[in-house]
Design a protein around this ligand. Structure first.
Ligand SMILES: [Zn+2]
Ligand SMILES: [Zn+2]
Ligand SMILES: [Zn+2]
Length: 449
């Protein structure tokens, strides 16, 4: 036994523990979470009228006197099982807003619904895949002596993809400041779409809310050049949201026109800086607007495909997409050692440098240097789009028999006592996570037959 690796010896020790089967139940309940949170505490459920104890739970009776719960991290690089669960929840959340379900009526599928992709503008030419990168007949060089074009044919795995042709010409300040204002640009965009819709049907703008409501779910994704772009589902309802039919003028064509016009028009001004000046930030000219069709007809993508597409992006960490890192950088030296490309490192350094200027203090650029200045959530949705992550988790808790008892009072006392696994426990957890993933795959195959 002494010759076995430490993890195996630890696993054998765990398996010989008299509480092993209960411990395994706990690990299974976390879905094989890679970094579970350890809690110590108790809950007591009392009858609201009589004060009689209906149910009592105390971690004193558990192995190690603790309960393990999921870390709930959305990133696959941090915890694969929890990220799968999060992707599933995102899929259901986005899908419910498109097709109904989870308290959203099925009639939403007949409304005007668009799948919109908004991009960042150009901050300078970067190497790209495709036939030829950036062909130029007249050749020529920039002020730094670097070629203005690139005649190469890059393969998709080429490390040059997304890197600027000239780092000295590239507008790094513009890129970082655009990230820092992207959420504001989105808010202005939504307000402007409402305005345009109102104007197009002769409504006073302040009356729009009495006639219709715009709902959306959007997800941010880093492109090759490490600039965020936004995929969004946009839907037009009646004034009370999903339960309410939109007015007859609320067609997909009218919504498309408003989205296109607003995307080209809205802008955000950066605060004036002696070092950078004042920038006018807009969306990039690349814009994609596709109406979604209820019957899967037309040439638009299907509802399920859109929900799956959006769900895929929320599980990607910044490190996985090759933009930034999953952890905050604390010092300038952290940026030097981060496992990122030269382009991303320069973006991180630019965030750090601009973050030291008083005029940009409200943007917290040093706190968000690891995400290159972007500080929005990966998934954002309006209140009436569909359900919430919290509601989906509550629903799952009920499925595993933790249903609410009516008229009951619950007293709970919980304390954090640690996190993670010992090397042997990690082996068991990984095995369980793999089993669950395989079962899910088999179940999916069964459904498709
Ligand atoms: Zn986890
Ligand atoms: Zn190139
Ligand atoms: Zn140059």
């Amino acid at each position: 036994m002494r010759r076995l690796p430490e993890a195996d010896r630890d696993a054998i020790r765990i398996a010989q523990d008299p509480h092993f089967s209960r411990w395994l139940e706990q690990i299974t309940a976390t879905g094989g979470c890679a970094h579970p949170v350890h809690l110590s505490g108790s809950t007591t459920t009392l009858d609201g009228a009589t004060g009689e104890i209906l149910r009592q739970y105390d971690t004193r009776d558990e192995p190690g006197e603790r309960l393990l719960v999921r870390c709930r991290n959305r990133r696959a690089t941090v915890c694969a099982p929890c990220s799968r669960l999060h992707a599933g929840d995102t899929f259901h959340l986005v899908r419910a807003g498109l097709l109904g379900g989870k308290s959203v009526p099925a009639t939403v599928r007949n409304r005007a619904r668009l799948f919109v992709t908004l991009t960042a503008p150009s901050f300078g030419p970067v190497h790209r895949t495709g036939e030829r990168c950036r062909p130029r007949r007249d050749g020529g060089t920039c002020d730094h002596g670097r070629p203005l074009g690139c005649a190469a044919e890059h393969t998709p795995t080429d490390a040059l993809i997304g890197q600027p042709l000239c780092p000295d010409c590239y507008d790094y300040s513009g890129h970082v400041l655009w990230h820092a204002h992207a959420s504001k640009l989105w808010d202005r965009f939504v307000i402007d779409v409402r305005r345009r819709l109102a104007t197009s049907v002769g409504l006073v703008q302040s009356r729009f809310a009495h006639h219709a409501r715009l709902s959306f779910a959007r997800v941010a994704e880093y492109q090759n050049r490490a600039a965020v772009h936004v995929h969004a589902v946009v839907r037009l309802d009646g004034p009370d949201g999903p339960v309410d039919e939109p007015p007859p003028w609320g067609t997909a064509d009218r919504l498309t026109d408003a989205v296109r016009a607003s995307a080209g028009r809205v802008l955000v001004r950066t605060p004036y800086s002696p070092a950078v000046g004042e920038l006018l930030l807009r969306w990039g000219v690349q814009l994609d607007v596709r109406p979604l069709h209820a019957d899967g007809g037309g040439d638009g993508p299907g509802d399920d495909a859109v929900a799956a597409y959006v769900a895929k992006y929320v599980t990607k960490g910044a490190s996985e997409t090759g933009a930034g890192t999953d952890h905050r950088v604390i010092t300038w030296a952290d940026i030097d050692t981060a496992p990122v490309s030269a382009h991303v490192r320069t973006l991180m350094r630019t965030s750090w440098r601009l973050g030291g200027l008083p005029e940009y203090a409200p943007l917290h650029l040093r706190t968000w240097a690891h995400t290159l200045g972007y500080r929005g959530h990966i998934l954002t949705k309006s209140r009436t789009y569909s359900t919430t992550y919290a509601a989906l988790r509550a629903e799952r808790a009920q499925h595993v028999g933790d249903a609410e008892i009516p008229d009951a009072i619950t007293e709970a006392h919980w304390r954090y006592v640690g996190s993670g696994h010992t090397p042997g426990a990690a082996l068991f957890a990984a095995g369980i996570a793999e089993d669950l993933a395989q079962n899910r795959e088999l179940a999916c195959e069964g459904r498709n037959v």
